[in-house]
Design a protein around this ligand. Structure first.
Ligand SMILES: Cc1cc2nc3c(=O)[nH]c(=O)nc-3n(C[C@H](O)[C@H](O)[C@H](O)COP(=O)(O)OP(=O)(O)OC[C@H]3O[C@@H](n4cnc5c(N)ncnc54)[C@H](O)[C@@H]3O)c2cc1C
Length: 351
């Protein structure tokens, strides 16, 4: 029997916990510092699974999206989604995506190209006339790219893991680690020994005394807004100009950006950037101008410094320690891929 400890119950720790629970002969414990799961970056995320038209890291993203489609019913999450409508205003990006479409379709991904006229007919709330100085050139509907509410997703994964015998400990910060065999974890009120330690603590991953992360992480601000807009209820997710408009149930709509760089250190919510995000969303979909914000929130994305996200690495120095963190903008998307990678690392390297 091997003992496995997972630090962090964000979407990454939760996906790993469930994946490892399918291995025979493991005793698995998840330690989460907060009083409930998904309180870090995961709790702020929009939960978009954007992969099919990606340039960078496409292989991992596509594998992860595929895995979501395989496990969606087990995860007990809604399957009646309408996909993502990618809106293009930049001729260069449009030309690039045209080259990609046949490759992706050949690999089995469904993609439908829409002219601005077709967009207007099918989705009259979308502005096809002008974004700053440019017009909508065309749109691609990608029905297999979907969205999950990140908190519900994380909780469902943890529930499934718990049903398979995994122990989840909230209010349990790991205050230090002593590497070795066994690896010793110190918590405020107890200690725990394990053979494998998975560090999936988001931005907290590099802050645990006793562990020396072979990489650095930096926090990158992400902000979002919630409004009520029943007019978009049957719309797909709209994505254009780095801005996502994400219809939920009951007329609720989330608005967020995939890129946002704060000038301050550490990053703090920034009213000017939030306003820019809102202006961009209103350009894409003018009806938003008439809506008032129900709530707004922010989170810090864990970005690896000087290397691509995510960090999936067996510790080069200490046996049994696996780093699964630094997922930056795509932790929700990459959770199944990450969990699969961790399972294979453990299966291939018995301690
Ligand atoms: C506004 C916004 C929008 C986003 N939208 C998307 C999106 O649409 N799609 C997408 O794929 N990604 C999105 N992301 C990125 C995504 O949120 C992150 O990549 C992902 O949540 C990272 O998950 P994680 O589990 O690694 O980290 P976290 O969610 O931060 O979880 C880490 C957990 O570890 C715990 N922890 C830390 N230290 C310790 C310790 N010492 N002991 C015990 N527990 C500890 C923390 O309390 C926390 O619960 C978005 C992010 C933001 C901010």
């Amino acid at each position: 029997m091997s003992r496995i400890a997972i630090i962090g119950a964000g979407v990454i720790g939760a996906a790993i916990a469930w994946e490892l629970s399918t291995l025979p002969g493991q005793e698995i414990h998840v330690f989460e510092a907060q009083s409930s799961p998904a309180q870090g970056a995961t709790g702020a995320a929009l939960g978009l699974l954007m992969a099919v038209l990606s340039e960078r890291g496409a292989k991992k993203r596509l594998a992860s999206l595929q895995r979501y489609h395989q496990i969606q019913t087990k995860l007990n999450l809604p399957g009646d989604q309408k996909g993502i409508l990618h809106l293009y205003h930049d001729p260069q990006a449009w030309a690039q995506v045209q080259r990609k479409i046949p490759q992706r379709q050949k690999a089995g991904w469904s993609l439908q190209t829409l002219s601005p006229e077709q967009v207007t007919r099918q989705f009259p709330q979308i502005n096809t006339t002008r974004i700053n100085t440019s017009h909508l050139i065309g749109a691609i509907l990608s029905p297999q790219e979907i969205q999950f509410q990140p908190i519900a997703l994380t909780e469902n994964w943890l529930n499934l893991a718990q049903n398979q015998g995994v122990s989840i400990h909230t209010n349990s910060p790991v205050v230090s680690v002593v590497p070795g065999q066994p690896i010793q974890l110190k918590l405020p009120d107890r200690a725990y020994c394990c053979d494998w330690l998975i560090v999936s603590a988001g931005l907290g991953s590099t802050q645990i005394p006793g562990l020396t992360a072979p990489f650095q992480l930096e926090p990158v601000l992400g902000q979002a807004i919630e409004i009520l807009c029943p007019e978009l209820e049957n719309y797909p997710i709209l994505y254009g100009n780095d801005t996502a408009i994400v219809p939920q149930k009951s007329g609720i709509v989330w608005v967020g950006s995939t890129v946002e760089f704060s000038q301050s250190e550490p990053p703090i919510p920034n009213a000017e950037q939030l306003d820019q995000l809102w202006q961009k969303a209103c350009h894409l979909c003018p009806i938003l101008q008439s809506k008032s914000w129900q709530k707004q929130w922010y989170g810090l994305r864990p970005r690896p410094v000087g290397q691509p996200a995510p960090i999936l690495q067996i510790d080069p120095q200490f046996q049994g320690i696996i780093w699964a963190t630094g997922h930056y903008r795509n932790g929700v998307l990459l959770a199944p891929f990450t969990a699969d990678w961790v399972r294979q690392a453990i299966e291939n390297q018995p301690v």
